[in-house]
Design a protein around this ligand. Structure first.
Ligand SMILES: NC(=O)c1ccc[n+]([C@@H]2O[C@H](COP(=O)([O-])OP(=O)(O)OC[C@H]3O[C@@H](n4cnc5c(N)ncnc54)[C@H](OP(=O)(O)O)[C@@H]3O)[C@@H](O)[C@H]2O)c1
Length: 320
């Protein structure tokens, strides 16, 4: 089969690679579409290798048609499915542990389904399982117009939370307003700290980190939970430990990709039960910025690198 591998200069190259071999409990998926994630840019830069057992080429999610399933599995040959991957989505086929597959929500295309697993699993893992976000609480979601941000805003609204979010432009502000955000901060022109002082925040989903984390951590409401999922703004920060102690604050680091298949499977099972019905009744929707054939992977990566996208960028491998 062919895959979008890295050449010696870490540039993309559509090249023949060995066919994936299914181990016990694995399903062979013919990939019709895969979606980009910020982590793909890091992987291309050589900074985020795939976990053991996954292909070397990027792609944290995909949707397609099942070519082969183990005996006794819930999955059948010919069914449509989407998958959360540790890597390997930028290819014609991938072998996936069966617990990392989800059905395509009714009414959605494979192109749309490819944009679901990573962002909704990350949102659910961090807002529900890590931060225990409750109805009536306020959550701050950094980078609200990102692929992840738009999924997280919708998940938080479905949980009954008030959403404060940051964006980098007026167009992105309008997009997050339309998806349901309540308080919108332009990160270039508005004062996030002042907004947190005015509207006490219980939970933060933070992909920025850096100095801003330390500046704003002690502004959390008593018992606040700050979930750090990336460090776009830097890896160093200075936190007031007095406020951590006196206000019972928690700083939680969290990556989805490093979790065991068992934990990922539990997150996906919860998504299927709680979020998939909302996708099917259209109260939640995938937000797709652009769909490109996989041969245009350079342009797809440029869009993310330039912070242009509002929502997900999807790469197609077959018409679907
Ligand atoms: N830990 C995990 O398990 C996990 C899983 C998935 C995603 N993530 C992280 O979540 C973030 C969003 O992922 P994605 O794939 O949805 O990304 P994306 O679509 O590429 O969006 C990233 C957005 O972040 C904002 N941004 C970029 N640099 C920034 C900076 N220095 N300070 C503040 N904001 C900045 C930009 O939006 P504006 O121009 O609107 O500010 C940019 O469009 C990424 O950092 C990713 O690594 C973590």
């Amino acid at each position: 089969m062919q895959a979008m591998i890295f050449d010696a200069k870490r540039d993309f190259c559509w090249h023949i690679v060995p066919e994936p071999q299914c181990g016990p409990g694995e399903v062979l998926l013919e990939i019709h579409a895969t979606a980009l994630n910020r982590a793909d840019l890091l992987q291309r830069a050589g900074k985020y290798p795939p976990p053991p057992g996954w292909p070397d080429w990027p792609g944290l999610e995909a949707a397609g048609v099942i070519l082969q399933a183990p005996a006794g599995s819930r999955w059948q040959k010919g069914e449509r499915a989407c998958a959360l991957l540790g890597g390997g989505g930028y290819a014609e086929r991938v072998a996936v542990p069966e617990e990392l597959l989800l059905p395509v929500p009714q009414g959605l295309s494979l192109t749309e389904a490819a944009a679901l697993p990573e962002v909704f699993a990350t949102s659910y893992l961090n807002l529900v399982l890590e931060a225990d976000l409750q109805a009536g609480e306020t959550v701050l979601i950094q980078a609200g117009a990102s692929g992840l941000g738009l999924a997280a805003i919708q998940t938080a609204k479905a949980l009954g939370a008030t959403v404060m979010t940051t964006v980098g432009s007026a167009a992105k502000a309008e997009a997050v307003r339309q998806i349901g955000a309540d308080i919108i901060i332009n990160r270039h022109t508005d004062d996030l700290g002042a907004a947190m002082d005015t509207h006490p925040v219980n939970v933060v989903l933070d992909c920025v980190g850096g100095p801003a984390l330390g500046e704003n951590f002690s502004r959390l409401a008593r018992g606040g939970r700050w979930v750090l999922i990336a460090t776009l703004g830097g890896e160093q920060s200075q936190v007031s430990l007095r406020s951590v102690l006196s206000r019972g604050l928690r700083l939680i680091g969290s990556t989805l990709r490093s979790r065991s298949n068992t934990v990922k499977g539990q997150v996906l099972a919860a998504l299927e039960q709680k979020i998939w019905p909302l996708l099917e009744d259209k109260s939640i929707r995938p937000v797709i910025h652009r769909v490109l054939p996989i041969q245009e992977v350079h342009e797809a990566h440029r869009i993310l690198a330039d912070n242009e996208n509002i929502g997900k960028v999807v790469l197609t491998l077959k018409d679907s």
